[in-house]
Write a new protein. Structure first.
Length: 92
């Protein structure tokens, strides 16, 4: 959900809702040079190639940089139902 704040000089938009809360909480525990995500979420079910590279699921089959998938890391994040996160840590 979003709405426009009234302002004479600069138009501003505010975004609110559960996805924004979850993203903000995940950002607070993110690692540098990695992709952080909630374990057991849709992102956790994405396919990985045998080389450990994350494969984008599209028609071209583009392969991104090399990543190692971490094990579950227990977290307690206020306002989030997920109890574990994982990281794809860049190895290149």
């Amino acid at each position: 959900m979003y709405y426009k704040n009234s302002s004479l000089n600069i138009p501003e938009y505010t975004v609110i809702g559960r996805p924004i809360t979850e993203l903000f909480r995940l950002e607070s525990v993110a690692l540098n040079n990695s992709i952080s995500f909630y374990s057991e979420g849709k992102y956790d079910l994405q396919k990985f190639s045998m080389s450990g590279a994350y494969c984008k699921n599209d028609q071209d089959g583009i392969t991104c940089k090399y990543f190692n998938k971490s094990l579950n890391k227990s977290v307690t994040l206020e306002g989030v139902d997920y109890k574990y996160i994982k990281h794809l840590i860049c190895t290149t």
